[in-house]
Write a protein that binds this ligand. Structure first.
Ligand SMILES: Nc1ncnc2c1ncn2[C@@H]1O[C@H](COP(=O)(O)OP(=O)(O)OP(=O)(O)O)[C@@H](O)[C@H]1O
Ligand SMILES: [Mg+2]
Length: 231
């Protein structure tokens, strides 16, 4: 579904990603882990065309999207759950969700399916988003991404600032997407939670992919995990 080949990404003169390659298949959950400043968010920004790669190629669903506009990339079926959620605070929950809706060639999701996943969401629809808790905002951000009928969802630190119960809800949602054949790329500091729901993992450091392998290997091999992730 997604192939990132040897990309190099810059902020002005400053290079943040140095020849990173990764891929995600349909129905596969892939974790992208690594320390602060490793280039994880920048890799996501390159996939979305927000900070396009200067070198290399990004393909999604059979098409070269390396230099496509962000709105065309979204329309092609890439959903995004940003690290800062990017909810419009002065709009109601239902209006924020409405803004995410679009048709693609992939599975469409209804609001009632969102209520099945996040039971609290139904009772938040009339609320202004500025008063939501962190966990409630994350429900809105994830639901908004799904209402856009994605074939691939990019999660950037979805468990950040959430209570353990909500982290579990988010990870269950990721597993649910997998069972629906949707591809998921998840960036996480909470490595153990992410590894438990992932098929494969990439570890990034200083803008480079320094490890690639099955998630189960990093879960089980503590010395390897400590050497790569320090935990
Ligand atoms: N807008 C920007 N302008 C200049 N440099 C940036 C910008 N955004 C990120 N960087 C730099 O690019 C590098 C990679 O940052 P990035 O945000 O991709 O890291 P990350 O792996 O997502 O880290 P974190 O876990 O802290 O979110 C860092 O050195 C960062 O300082
Ligand atoms: Mg980041």
């Amino acid at each position: 579904m997604l192939t990132v080949e040897n990309i190099e990404t810059f902020y002005g003169e400053t290079q943040a990603v140095f020849g990173a390659s990764l891929h995600v298949k349909a129905g596969e959950v892939v974790a992208l882990l690594g320390p602060n400043g490793a280039g994880k968010t920048t890799t996501i920004r390159s996939i979305l065309g927000l900070t396009p790669a200067k070198v290399g190629q990004i393909r999604f669903d059979g098409k070269d999207i390396t230099h496509s506009d962000t709105h065309d990339i979204a329309r092609a079926g890439i959903g995004w759950v940003p690290d800062d959620r990017r909810i419009f605070p002065t709009l109601k929950v239902k209006a924020n969700l409405q803004l995410g809706k679009k048709k693609t060639r992939f599975r469409a999701w209804s609001e009632s399916e969102m209520f099945d996943i996040f039971s609290a969401l139904e009772y938040l629809m009339e609320r202004d988003c500025e008063n939501l808790s962190g966990g409630e905002m994350q429900m809105v951000a994830i639901s908004r991404a799904l209402l856009g009928s994605p074939g691939l969802v990019l999660f950037d630190e979805p468990s950040q600032g959430l209570a353990p119960k909500v982290v579990q809800d988010v990870m269950n949602t990721i597993s649910h997407l997998k069972s629906e054949g949707i591809a998921v790329l998840v960036v996480e500091q909470n490595a153990m939670s992410a590894l438990k729901v992932s098929d494969r993992v990439y570890v990034m450091d200083h803008g480079k992919i320094i490890h690639e392998g099955p998630a189960s290997q990093l879960l089980e091999d503590e010395p390897l995990r400590k050497s790569l992730l320090g935990m």
